[in-house]
Design a protein around this ligand. Structure first.
Ligand SMILES: Nc1ncnc2c1ncn2[C@@H]1O[C@H](COP(=O)(O)OP(=O)(O)OP(=O)(O)O)[C@@H](O)[C@H]1O
Length: 275
């Protein structure tokens, strides 16, 4: 049986010897990893470890990138990838003086301009608003929404155009525990219903348990590329946070950055669990 939780040769993102220099410093160093298609991969690590830089490299918005980085079968930054990736940055651009629907209409028109696409745009805006649960707020000004609702507007913008890959930079920052849980449930629904690959960053280790796979980062390097269960088992710990600390304290050159194949859904970690 195919192992759904292990990276495959046709992973959505594949990096080899990936290095990024910013401001004269090497901030990502010789990264090698694979992000499997159709799963939620969490990119976790302390503030400043390089999560946003890696996401920028993946979305083709970062200069100074060396090594090999393939996204959806194309080199990162390739023009054909623009419509295939939805990217929500840490400072998402939502216009406060527009309604939710007007915000989405605007971004839809940028993505798919022209009168000929008007009906498509209307459908894709309606679908995105519905998917993020904002149908009842579609005509509310974005500036009057709560933090959780605003982050769902950003997510809806990223869903326009039916992207195959969603890259979300710390979408749960500033949300209370209930809103965080709701957003994770929404991400799992989107991954399942759209068969999309989601790469989501967080510096909150307890969010790791909500991911199908994890890339743990520290100081510009990948510490581990595994499932939460395999990480806990490999390090003999009860939580991903403890596993992370175990890896940080490990003597020598540290754990191998290459992915460890792990048991699939049949062995105890379901593909989609209620989160
Ligand atoms: N514009 C920049 N020029 C030079 N160095 C930068 C720039 N932006 C970030 N850096 C450096 O790159 C490193 C990685 O930063 P990055 O923002 O990718 O980390 P992060 O893990 O996303 O942090 P956070 O969780 O706080 O957002 C840090 O050492 C940071 O100081």
């Amino acid at each position: 049986m195919m192992n759904l939780l292990a990276p495959t040769a046709t992973g959505a993102i594949r990096a080899h010897g990936l290095t990024v220099r910013r401001g004269g410093r090497t901030v990502l160093r010789d990264l090698g990893f694979s992000v499997p298609t159709g799963l939620i991969t969490g990119l976790l690590g302390p503030s400043g470890c390089g999560k946003s830089t890696l996401m920028r490299a993946i979305t083709g918005t970062q200069a100074g990138v060396g090594g090999s980085l393939d996204v959806l079968g194309r080199p990162a930054g390739d023009a054909t990838l623009r419509a295939r990736i939805g990217y929500v940055t840490q400072a998402p651009s939502v216009y406060d003086d527009l309604t939710v629907r007007q915000n989405l209409d605007y971004f839809a028109a940028v993505l798919e301009p022209g009168r000929a696409h008007r009906a498509d745009r209307r459908d894709s805006v309606a679908r995105a608003i519905d998917e993020v649960g904002l149908a009842s707020h579609a005509d509310a000004l974005a500036g009057r929404l709560s933090g959780g609702q605003r982050s769902r507007v950003s997510l809806a913008v990223a869903l326009l155009g039916t992207p195959e890959l969603l890259v979300l930079d710390e979408p749960t920052v500033g949300l209370d525990p209930v809103l965080r849980r709701d957003l994770w449930q929404l991400l799992h629904r989107i991954a399942a219903e759209r068969a999309a690959t989601i790469l989501v960053s967080s510096h909150v280790m307890d969010e790791a348990e909500r991911c199908d796979r994890l890339l743990l980062m520290r100081d510009g390097r990948i510490l581990a590329d595994d499932t939460p269960a395999a990480l806990r088992a490999r390090t003999g710990t009860d939580t991903v946070e403890a596993a992370f600390l175990h890896l940080v304290d490990a003597p020598g050159p540290g754990p191998t950055p290459t992915p460890t194949p792990t048991p699939g859904p049949a062995s105890g970690e379901p593909r989609k669990s209620p989160r």
